[in-house]
Design a protein around this ligand. Structure first.
Ligand code: Z5A
Length: 212
């Protein structure tokens, strides 16, 4: 039997806005509607990509991480993730729900760090070719709201979380610019109680896939 077409859905947004929570919600919802679903994250998602993630997020190295090295590590992890997990799952007709993807690279390394955007676009083409998400759900909430939600968890602060507010404001401006540029990016108001967020997510999925 030929599998139905897989769908590639990415979740983007700042720290603590609810990406992990809502990926789990959407995965359950899609499974209830008869789809096979794979949930994954970036950087990471495969054994090698997760090893790269550890180095990228590690709070302290004895030398500062160079911005270009950080960028190339993001794309090295992505290349591994695409070949090892995302492309095979899509080819098998599964829905892939991914916590962050290349829009994060443009927002964090491009707008946040100030790396040249056209260079990031070139690397993106090299690693992804023409593959783009079918839909990107950009969960949007004020910085302070995401921070407060994230601080409720008992995890150690990682290298990105240690950045100043000005960095995260530039990242948010990056997501704003990307959303203006790409129709696949749908802004979801994440500054409301979860049922409202999840209703908006289901609405966006039904617009993408009217048969659902
Ligand atoms: N990064 C990069 O620089 N370049 C790249 O190309 C890529 C990534 C791919 C990875 O972090 C870091 O890598 C990231 C960017 C960088 N750094 N930052 N910042 P990550 O994605 O693994 O972690 P994160 O972005 O910091 O996300 P998070 O902290 O895991 O948060 P989240 O997944 O968005 O939120 P959550 O865990 O689902 O929710 C947080 C809490 O809020 C939790 O207790 C929920 O129950 C609660 N919650 C969620 N929604 C609600 C609502 N609506 N109301 C009330 N409470 C809520």
């Amino acid at each position: 039997m030929t599998p139905s077409a897989g769908r590639f859905i990415t979740f983007e947004g700042g720290e603590g806005v609810g990406k992990t929570t809502n990926i789990q919600f959407l995965a359950d919802w899609l499974r209830q509607h008869g789809h096979e679903v794979v949930t994954t994250r970036e950087p990471g998602g495969t054994e090698i990509a997760e090893l790269i993630r550890d180095q990228l997020l590690k709070a302290h190295h004895d030398e500062p991480m160079d911005d270009l090295a950080e960028l190339l590590l993001m794309f090295a992890a992505r290349a591994q993730h695409l070949q090892g997990l995302i492309k095979p799952a899509l080819a098998a007709g599964k829905w892939v729900l991914c916590d962050r993807f290349s829009d994060s690279t443009l927002a964090y390394q491009g707008y946040g760090r100030g790396v040249d955007l056209s260079m990031i676009e070139q690397l993106k083409r090299l690693v992804q070719g023409s593959l783009e998400p079918d839909l990107t759900l950009w969960l949007k909430a004020p910085l302070a709201v995401g921070r407060a939600r994230a601080s409720g968890r008992a995890e150690v602060t990682d290298r990105f979380e240690a950045e100043q507010d000005a960095f995260f404001q530039r990242v948010e401006q990056g997501f704003e610019a990307l959303a203006r540029e790409h129709a696949r990016i749908v802004a979801i108001d994440a500054n409301q109680a979860l049922p409202g967020v999840q209703q908006a997510i289901v609405q966006a999925i039904k617009t993408l896939e009217p048969s659902l």
